[in-house]
Design a protein around this ligand. Structure first.
Ligand code: GLC
Length: 705
């Protein structure tokens, strides 16, 4: 990001700043909804605050900016941040759902839209993408990420950064992205948010760091440190992560934001005796801005004057913050055109993109006897379940400025879709979570009076996201009993699961004819689901996270090691295999894989081989298939996973059409972190698979020589 002219401006500014003004750039405070507004405004005028978070209104932002730009001594603009996690006013599917689309271009487009909408409110910095690899569905924040795979997560991280930081009409990144939470947050013990994560350096480098590296390589301007400790070292005080890896190894020259209070929490972690120690530890580790709390505001000046932290430590942080502010053009154009919001937000083009991404995020898990798409002879449809007509649920976690009234619910989507000769009846049946069964009878009546029942069950928006961990993965409340009660009526059931995480729907897999996993799809949820149910869109989504049979299997993921007893690793009271594997998803058509060909059976250490396969649409309708390439290193200096995703391609095929898909497999991508935790590419025998998911595919062998 560095550019000589900007660096000169930074140095000139730095030379004029007092210590209070320097520390000010390292301080972020809350918006007008928070306490201390009057005091914060005074501090902005005094140059003692560098950022405000969570305001979503251009008028309010401009008012804050005027205090900084026109009333402070040096006129350094504020950078305004907010959690734009899956849309601002136009709400896209939750990130875990989007990951199931494997559609990098569409994900990028959605983030570009989110950024454009956020910028109309003066928000020029989003605390996103969240790239935490997650293998444990009990953890509430799986909803915010891209699932369990480092490769898919890395590709999506890059797409999100490109989208957010796409240049605006002034030639500046629309918003600064902030890749988070650095690092290994998804490995929280027991799926309990904020708790410790025991991660070896090798696993950290193999699994959790790659999506961060991908985001940084894509030019991500900022990064957020995580709350938790990794093997006893809190991330927000980790010199290894924040300086050795991020700066020295990766060359990151943006700035690092703490998480909300994660600097002062170093005291609670027990690695700092007080707030002052916490400030020193975080600043020296590499936290450049203190989110919302005032540990830096209250301690850094004294620490500097007492010689307990160096001037360079402060100046380095301030340089980085100023560098991002210059990169965003905030010095040139600090103010926001207040007329933009109504023209840009929720415009038709944005809503259309939300529909496209929602459709592609839907995963068809089961479709027995071709229950779907719904046939013309279906004349009476029963829509049952608490998710059917809930707008708020479809907003999912981190709703930003999304409005419930802008959501098309599942029931509305179906009602709008059916022709006039089809009758539709709705019954909620039960609440999301409470234990009442008083409404079962009404739902049973609707089922008795229907040709087919669309049951929409799952989790409300508040059941996933930050600190929304679950100790079970079943359908909450009385929903499972409702499903079984409706099943007894004997009508065909299509189960639509709307949730922020994989749910262990084992009973449903055995008993209902069709299962559509719809996550939380945002504005266009109902239209997207109706398009799938009625065949106006052929589902193409593939799971970005394994669906377990039982919560007892957590954490569960496809790229496990082979162990010493691979065939007997499991449970005496259940199968060890997943209910549905990573990469799995059905279509209304069928695809045939054939003619797997390698350009060579051997690959040199700095070489590559081409891997091609023929894909034919052997079904009755056009469809999209996500072709996946997996590799296994049979023998390494450390044990290697039984499979690793190394490539994928999503392609559309008309009925009967066939195409050849070719991957380039490079030796440099087949390496591992060896006994010394350094990346090495080793010779040896490999297997590869090309197929529709992580469980199946055409197989071939090759050697790295
Ligand atoms: C929260 C989250 C973080 C978010 C921040 C600001 O605690 O951990 O992801 O960006 O605070 O809302």
């Amino acid at each position: 990001m560095t550019n000589q002219k900007i660096e000169e401006k930074i140095e000139l500014l730095l030379s004029r700043m007092t210590i209070e003004e320097k520390v000010g750039q390292m301080v972020q405070r809350g918006s007008a909804k928070e306490e201390n507004v009057a005091k914060d405004k005074e501090n902005i005028k005094a140059g003692k605050i560098g950022s405000i978070l969570n305001t979503g209104d251009a008028k309010e932002v401009n008012a804050y900016q005027r205090l900084a730009v026109e009333e402070s001594r040096l006129g350094i603009p504020l950078i305004i941040g907010h959690d734009v996690i899956h849309g601002f006013l136009t709400t896209f599917p939750i990130p875990l759902a989007q990951a199931c689309s494997w559609d990098l271009d569409l994900i990028e487009e959605a983030e570009a839209i989110a950024a454009k909408e956020a910028a109309t409110a003066g928000i020029r910095w989003t605390f996103s993408p969240m790239v935490d690899v997650a293998r444990d569905a009990r953890w509430g924040r799986v909803a915010e990420g891209a699932g369990e795979d480092a490769y898919l997560g890395s590709m999506i991280a890059k797409a999100r950064v490109r989208g957010f930081q796409r240049l605006n009409e002034d030639g500046y990144p629309t918003v600064a992205a902030c890749v988070k939470h650095f690092a290994g947050y998804g490995a929280a013990e027991g799926g309990r948010d904020y708790s410790s994560a025991e991660i070896s350096e090798r696993t950290m480098r193999d699994i959790y760091l790659p999506p961060f590296k991908a985001a940084i390589d894509a030019g991500c301007l900022t990064l957020m440190a995580a709350f938790h400790d990794v093997s006893g070292v809190p991330c927000s005080g980790s010199k290894f992560l924040l300086t050795d890896v991020l700066v020295k190894e990766w060359g990151f020259d943006g700035f690092v934001l703490s998480d909300w209070g994660s600097v002062n929490e170093l005291e609670s972690h027990g690695v700092a005796a007080n707030r002052s120690d916490a400030g020193k530890l975080a600043a020296e580790a590499g936290i450049h801005m203190d989110m919302h709390e005032n540990t830096y505001q209250e301690n850094l000046k004294d620490l500097l004057e007492a010689g307990l932290i160096s001037q360079e430590c402060i100046d380095n942080a301030v340089r980085r913050v100023l560098r991002v502010k210059f990169a965003l053009g905030l010095f040139e154009k600090p103010y926001t055109d207040e007329s933009l919001a109504e023209k840009v937000n929720l415009c038709d083009a944005h809503v259309k993109c939300a529909l496209e991404l929602a459709r592609e995020s839907v995963v068809l898990l089961k479709n027995e006897k071709k229950t779907l798409p719904l046939r013309d002879d279906v004349k009476k449809i029963g829509v049952i379940g608490p998710m059917s007509d809930s707008g708020n649920a479809m907003l999912g976690c981190w709703q930003s400025w999304g409005k419930e009234e802008s959501i098309v619910t599942i029931f509305q989507g179906i009602k709008q879709k059916i022709s006039k000769d089809v009758a539709i009846e709705y019954a909620r049946g039960c609440e999301f979570y409470d234990e009442s069964v008083q409404d079962f009878s009404e739902a049973i009546k609707v089922a008795q009076n229907s040709d087919i029942v669309i049951m929409s069950l799952g989790e409300g928006a508040g059941y996933s996201g930050e600190n929304r961990n679950r100790m079970s993965l079943g359908l909450p409340g009385q929903q499972q009993n409702l499903l079984e009660a409706i099943h007894k009526i004997g009508k065909p059931i299509v189960l639509v699961v709307a949730a922020g995480r994989p749910l262990s729907i084992s009973w449903a897999k055995e008993h209902v004819q069709a299962i559509v996993y719809a996550w939380h799809l945002g504005n266009q949820a109902g239209n997207a689901i109706a398009d799938v149910l009625f065949g106006d869109f052929n589902p193409s989504g593939k799971l970005a996270m394994t669906i377990p049979r039982s919560v007892g299997q957590s954490p569960i993921f496809y790229n496990k090691k082979n162990f010493g007893k691979p065939t007997i690793v499991g449970y005496i009271d259940g199968e060890a295999t997943p209910l549905y594997p990573f990469g799995y998803g059905q279509s209304y058509t069928t695809f045939q894989y054939s003619d797997l060909v390698l350009s060579s059976g051997t690959m040199k250490k700095n070489g590559e081989i081409k891997v091609s396969v023929n894909l034919k649409n052997t079904g009755k309708m056009a469809g999209e298939e996500i072709v996946q390439l997996y590799v296994r290193d049979l023998v390494g200096s450390v044990a290697r996973p039984i499979k690793e995703l190394k490539g994928f391609e999503k392609l559309s095929l008309k009925k009967g059409e066939q195409k050849t898909v070719t991957f380039s497999l490079k030796a440099k991508d087949l390496g591992l972190y060896g006994l010394d935790n350094r990346y090495i590419v080793e010779k040896g025998d490999f297997k590869l698979w090309v197929g529709p998911n992580s469980d199946e595919g055409l197989e071939a062998d090759f050697k790295l020589i």
